[in-house]
Design a binder for this molecule. Sequence first.
Ligand code: DOR
Ligand code: ZN
Length: 346
Amino acid sequence: MIQLTLIRPDDCHVHLRDDNQMCSILPDTVRRFARAIVMPNLKLPVSTTELALAYRKRIYSALPVAMKGHFTPLMTLYLTDNTPSSEIIRAKESGAVHGIKFYPAGATTHSNSGVTDITKCYSTLETMERADMPLLVHGEVTDPETDIFDREKIFIDKVLIPVIKRFQKLRIVFEHITTKEAVEFVKETSNNIGATITAHHMLLNRNAMFNSGIRPHHYCLPVLKHETHRRALIEAAISENPKFFLGTDSAPHSKFTKETACGCAGIYTSHAAIELYAEVFEQANALEKLEAFASFYGADFYKMPRNKDTISMIKENWNAPAQIDFSGEALIPFRANEVVTWKMTD
Ligand code: DOR
Ligand code: ZN
């Protein structure tokens, strides 16, 4: 039997949703991860420290009794054109908020209250830089003329480079990177810049959205890319460069909101998150590098202590569920009814 034991990982980018939907899916994350950076794009965006603290309380209440005390949600605030510097100070002083999420307005799910022009936020970014509060970036331009496959690459030149030039000490996480251009950019930029990489962007290329027909459960944002980009992401993840770390971007939507004429973006992977990363690293002959990517580099970037306890997996095939209950509706998870080759044992 092949067994793999790792220091317990952290998910540096997850969507936990709210209320009953959150209760349905939270155990999947908590079973695997000690901590998670929780995205703030609820229907009512988590744009203040007060809202973040209330959301954190709801997350703690949603934890099943057996899991209480085993999980720490790390909260984020949703940046708007009008986020005042005083809110950043409050967030920092709370000790509960670990990053400020920048969604370009219209880029993705619940991003309508996002930033219309980042220069409007420059005084807020200055406060973040001084307070050492990280900026978490959804890196895609939103103008409809830009080809959807080019949105990340163009964001680097148009938005990220000017921000980095102006705020040289601001710590930035370039979230869910999907292109070789993003990998190169992160590698060559200062150590203040890190990046999360999802399992699904390393397991699939854009063909997966059109495999014998349109596949809404493989649609997410940033959208899956060409094979050359997928390979560049794997190279980055296994490179032992501490700038690259695990963030699932697991983003549940009910089956009926994805299987429709205008389906939502998001892939749910929390039910097999670390197992899927293990597949990627094993296929790349780099299983021994998984632990640092999953459990060390994210914690180091966020200046948190590394976890102490461990998780174990064995090499054994199991089928992911065909569907998962999502507050009375169906949620179709990644690999639904298909084989996952690593299995959690605890
Ligand atoms: O595919 C995505 N789904 N990308 C995002 O940026 C947001 C997420 C969601 O919240 O559903
Ligand atoms: Zn996300």
